[in-house]
Ligand binder design. Structure first.
Ligand SMILES: Nc1ncnc2c1ncn2[C@@H]1O[C@H](COP(=O)(O)OP(=O)(O)OP(=O)(O)O)[C@@H](O)[C@H]1O
Ligand SMILES: [Mg+2]
Length: 307
C-alpha cells in the first residue's frame, strides 16, 4: 500500500486488514518506520517488532530496520551474528549503507509473507498488508532488493535480494495498491507512479480513491438551488444554500478527476466515501472496510469514461 503523505494509507491498510480477517484470512498489517498507528486505533499499548493480535485473525507489527537487522543476523548467523550486530561500529557501517534500512525492512516483510516462517515458532499469514511510506519512498523500497542483487551479484545478499525482488515482481503473490485523493495533483502523481512502477517491471494493481464526496444533487436540483440563492432574503438560508452548492462543485470536480484516473490507468479503481468523523474510530474503519469490499468487488471499470 503506497501513496502520498496524509491521503489515508494507514486508514485503508487497517480497513483492508479488517476485511481480510472478516474473510477468514490470517491477516497482518505491517507498519514501517515506527508509526504504531494500528495499535493506537485498537487501543493497544504500542509494542515494537512483535506480532500483536488485535482482533481474531487480525495482527499487526511495527517494523524498524534496527530490529530487522538483529533478527536477520540471529537467524542467519546465530550467536556470532548477534555479537556482530551488537557492535556499534558494525551498526554504524551497515545503517550508513544507502538503501540498507529499506532492504532490512522489506526483508522482514518478505519473511512475514513466507509460508515457512524463519522466525522461530511463528505461524504463516494468508495476507500481509504493508503500510508503506509516501510514494517516492514507496517505489524506492520496492526497488531496493533488486538494486542490492545487482550490486552484490554473488553471495548471500545478492541471493536474498533476488529472491525478494522476484517475490515483489510476482503478481500472483504481491499486489501494489496506491491510495489517492480525487484531486488534480494527486491524480497526476498516481499516473506518474504507474509509469515509474512500469519502468521497474511492476504493475499498479489497484488505486483506492479515498475521501470521495457524495453527489447529492441532480443538475435540475442545482438549478433550483441557484434560483433559491438568488431570491433568498435570509442570511442563514443563503449560507446553507451556498454550502450545498460548494459541496456540489467539489463533488463534481472530484468526479472529473476520478474519470481522468480511470481513462489514464488500467488498474482497478475503488472509491471510498469521505467520512464525517474525526478521528476515525473502529466503527468508521468497519464502514471503510464495507465500502472497500463493495469497491473491490465491482466489475472492472478500468478505462470506462464517466460523464
Ligand atoms: N475516508 C475518509 N474520510 C474522512 N477522513 C479520513 C478518511 N480517510 C482518512 N481520513 C483521515 O485523514 C487523516 C490521514 O489519514 P491516514 O493517517 O490514514 O493517512 P496516511 O496516508 O497514512 O498519512 P501518513 O502519510 O501521515 O502516514 C486521518 O486523520 C484520517 O482519520
Ligand atoms: Mg500512515
Amino acid at each position: 500500500m503506497t501513496g502520498k503523505g496524509g491521503v489515508g494509507k494507514s486508514t485503508v491498510a487497517i480497513a483492508l486488514g479488517l476485511l481480510g480477517a472478516r474473510s477468514g484470512l490470517r491477516t497482518i498489517v505491517v507498519e514501517l518506520a515506527n508509526q504504531e498507528r494500528v495499535q493506537k486505533t485498537f487501543e493497544h499499548q504500542a509494542e515494537h517488532f512483535r506480532e500483536v493480535e488485535l482482533a481474531p485473525g487480525l495482527f499487526t507489527i511495527s517494523i524498524d530496520p534496527q530490529h530487522s537487522m538483529d533478527e536477520y543476523l540471529r537467524i542467519r548467523v546465530g550467536p556470532i551474528g548477534h555479537a556482530i550486530g551488537s557492535s556499534r561500529l558494525f551498526q554504524a557501517f551497515a545503517m550508513a549503507t544507502p538503501g540498507m534500512r529499506e532492504l532490512l525492512s522489506i526483508g522482514k516483510v518478505w519473511e512475514l509473507a513466507q509460508l515457512q516462517r524463519k522466525t522461530r515458532g511463528a505461524a504463516p499469514y494468508d495476507l500481509v498488508i504493508v503500510d508503506a511510506p509516501a510514494t517516492g519512498h514507496g517505489v524506492g523500497i520496492l526497488r531496493t532488493p533488486r538494486t542490492f542483487a545487482e550490486i552484490a551479484r554473488v553471495g548471500p545478499i545478492a541471493h536474498q535480494g533476488r529472491q525478494i525482488a522476484a517475490t515483489i515482481a510476482d503478481p500472483s503473490f504481491t499486489a501494489i495498491v496506491a491510495v489517492a485523493l480525487p484531486e488534480e495533483m494527486p491524480v497526476n502523481e498516481i499516473l506518474t507512479l504507474a509509469d515509474a512502477l512500469d519502468r521497474e517491471g511492476l504493475e499498479l494493481e489497484h488505486v483506492i480513491v479515498n475521501a470521495v464526496y457524495p453527489a447529492r444533487f441532480s443538475e435540475e436540483q442545482v438549478g433550483e438551488l441557484d434560483a433559491a440563492l438568488a431570491r433568498s432574503e435570509s442570511s442563514l438560508g443563503s449560507t446553507a444554500v451556498r454550502a450545498a452548492l460548494s459541496e456540489h462543485l467539489r463533488s463534481d470536480t472530484q468526479r472529473e478527476q476520478i474519470a481522468r484516473l480511470r481513462s489514464g490507468l488500467e488498474s482497478g479503481i475503488a472509491e471510498l466515501p469521505f467520512l464525517f468523523a474525526d478521528p476515525l474510530g473502529r466503527p468508521e474503519l468497519e464502514q471503510v472496510a464495507d465500502a472497500l469490499a463493495a469497491g473491490l468487488n465491482e466489475p472492472d471499470r478500468a478505462g470506462e469514461v464517466v460523464t
